[in-house]
Design a protein around this ligand. Structure first.
Ligand SMILES: Nc1nc2c(ncn2[C@@H]2O[C@H](COP(=O)(O)OP(=O)(O)OP(=O)(O)O)[C@@H](O)[C@H]2O)c(=O)[nH]1
Ligand SMILES: [Mg+2]
Length: 241
C-alpha cells in the first residue's frame, strides 16, 4: 500500500472485534473489558461481537450487550463457520478505518492495543507476539514448528503469526480475497498483504490463561484442516496461477 493511502492514526477510527464460539462464560467479561479500555484509546470506535454459531447462550448474551451499549454490535454466523469464518466475518463487518481483533475468551488485554499504535507510524499492519504464552508445553512446541513451517513457505519471517492481537487498515480487506475457514486465516491475510507490499510491525504483548470455557484451539480436526488449507494457499500464493 503506498504510504500516502494509509488512514490517519490520530484521531483513531477503530473497529474492534472478537470471535466467540461457545463463550457464554467469557463474552460479557471480554465486552466489558473492551468497553473500559477503548475510550482511552479512541474516541471513534465500535465493538463487534462475532458469535460463530455458538450452541450455548453466547449469542443471546451478545444481543443483550448490543442492546445495552450503542458502541456494541452483535453478528451471528449460522451455522458455526470455524475460526477463519469468524475472522472473515469480523473483517467484513468493520466500518472504521482501522480494524483490531483479539480472542473472545479473555486471553489478551485490550489495554495493550496502546502498545501497537506507535508502530503504525512506520508500518501498515501491526501484530502482537505473545511474550510468555500461557499454553501447555506440547501446544507451544506444535505452535513453534507450525510457525517455522509457515514462515518458510510464505517468507513471512514473523515471530507469532497466530497471535490474536493485530491491527489492520480496513482498506486491506477491500483488496484481498479470503478463503481460509480454519486456523490458517491469520497466515492467509498476512501472506496476501505482504504480496501487496504492506509492511508488518511486531510488538510483544501479554497472554493470560483461559479462565473459563473449553480449550478447542488444538484439536486434531483443526490441525488437519490447517494443513489442507496451507497446501491450497501455497499452491495459490507461492506458485501463482
Ligand atoms: N476453536 C474455535 N474457536 C472459535 C471458532 N469460532 C470462533 N472461535 C473463537 O476464536 C477464539 C480463539 O479460539 P480458542 O479456542 O480460544 O483458541 P486458542 O486460544 O488457540 O486455544 P484455547 O483458548 O487454549 O482453546 C475464541 O474466542 C473462540 O471462541 C471455532 O469455530 N472454533
Ligand atoms: Mg483461547
Amino acid at each position: 500500500m503506498p504510504a500516502g493511502v494509509r488512514p490517519p492514526r490520530s484521531p483513531l477510527s477503530l473497529s474492534v472485534f472478537f470471535p466467540c464460539y461457545n463463550e457464554e462464560a467469557n463474552v460479557e467479561n471480554t465486552t466489558r473489558a473492551a468497553l473500559r479500555a477503548l475510550p482511552r484509546i479512541s474516541d471513534d470506535f465500535e465493538i463487534i461481537i462475532v458469535d460463530d454459531g455458538s450452541r450455548d447462550r453466547t449469542g443471546e448474551i451478545a444481543d443483550r450487550l448490543a442492546a445495552e451499549h450503542p458502541q456494541v454490535r452483535a453478528v451471528h454466523n449460522r451455522p458455526n463457520l470455524g475460526y477463519g469464518g469468524a475472522l472473515q466475518r469480523g473483517f467484513r463487518e468493520a466500518r472504521k478505518a482501522w480494524v483490531f481483533y483479539t480472542d473472545g475468551d479473555g486471553q489478551f488485554d485490550f489495554e495493550e492495543i496502546g502498545l501497537l499504535l506507535p508502530l503504525l507510524d512506520r508500518y501498515d499492519i501491526v501484530s502482537g507476539y505473545r511474550l510468555d504464552r500461557k499454553d501447555p508445553w506440547l501446544r507451544k512446541l506444535n505452535a513453534f514448528c507450525w510457525t517455522a513451517l509457515v514462515n518458510v513457505v510464505f517468507r513471512l519471517w514473523l515471530r507469532d503469526i497466530d497471535c490474536a492481537f493485530k491491527i489492520y487498515p480496513r482498506a486491506l480487506f477491500e483488496e484481498i480475497e479470503m478463503k481460509s475457514m480454519g486456523a490458517l486465516i491469520d497466515t492467509e491475510v498476512l501472506a496476501r498483504a505482504k504480496r501487496l507490499r504492506y509492511t508488518i510491525g511486531q510488538i510483544g504483548v501479554h497472554h493470560f490463561p483461559r479462565r473459563a470455557g473449553t480449550q478447542t484451539g488444538a484439536n486434531l480436526r483443526v490441525i488437519l484442516r490447517a494443513f489442507k488449507e496451507l497446501f491450497l494457499l501455497r499452491r495459490e500464493i507461492v506458485r501463482g496461477p
